[in-house]
Design a protein around this ligand. Structure first.
Ligand code: UDP
Ligand code: MG
Length: 150
């Protein structure tokens, strides 16, 4: 089953949007299989954002992501990687569509509330980076029969 890595960034936690963000993913029908509150180390932040290492915003991005608690999550479901990116919205909250998390709750690219893996392979790398295998719980929600045609 397809899985993605999502992380509510320090701005989302500080602004009290943890419940609202999780609510949207639950309401959509995806399954939560991993969840923890993390004080992110510089080492983890730099590994997570390694593809952006040479970008001018890299130092401020690492400083931001390590500035307060982050809610790290793994969500499961067919097509969850791309669908979660749609629920999250465009990188810049000012241009993200209303109805998306970033479009509804943000105004600045450096404070865009949530991270979501951009591809299945990226998700696998990020899940392995943030979670130990035993921290992930495979389970079958009772509502599955009402969400997915068998
Ligand atoms: N970011 C930034 N300034 C920029 C571009 C990106 O601060 O000009 C930050 C922003 O928090 C973004 C993260 O770097 O979410 C990773 O950038 P990416 O292009 O991967 O965006 P995402 O995949 O998060 O939409
Ligand atoms: Mg990205």
């Amino acid at each position: 089953m397809e899985r993605t890595f999502l992380a509510i960034k320090p701005d989302g936690v500080q602004r009290g949007l943890v419940g609202e963000i999780i609510r949207r993913l639950e309401a959509k029908g995806f399954t939560l299989v991993g969840l923890k509150l993390v004080r992110v180390s510089k080492e983890l932040a730099e590994k997570h954002y390694d593809v952006h290492r040479e970008r001018p915003f890299f130092p401020s991005l690492v400083a931001f992501i390590t500035s307060g608690p982050v809610v790290a999550m793994v969500w499961e479901g067919d097509g969850v990687v791309a669908a979660a990116r749609k629920l999250i919205g465009a990188t810049n909250p000012l241009t993200a569509e209303p109805g998306t998390i970033r479009g509804d709750f943000g105004i600045s690219i450096g404070r865009n509330l949530i991270h979501g893996s951009d591809a299945i392979e990226t998700a696998q790398r990020e899940i392995a980076l943030w979670f130990a295998p035993e921290e992930l719980v495979a389970w079958q929600p009772a509502a599955t029969a009402w969400l997915v045609e068998s």
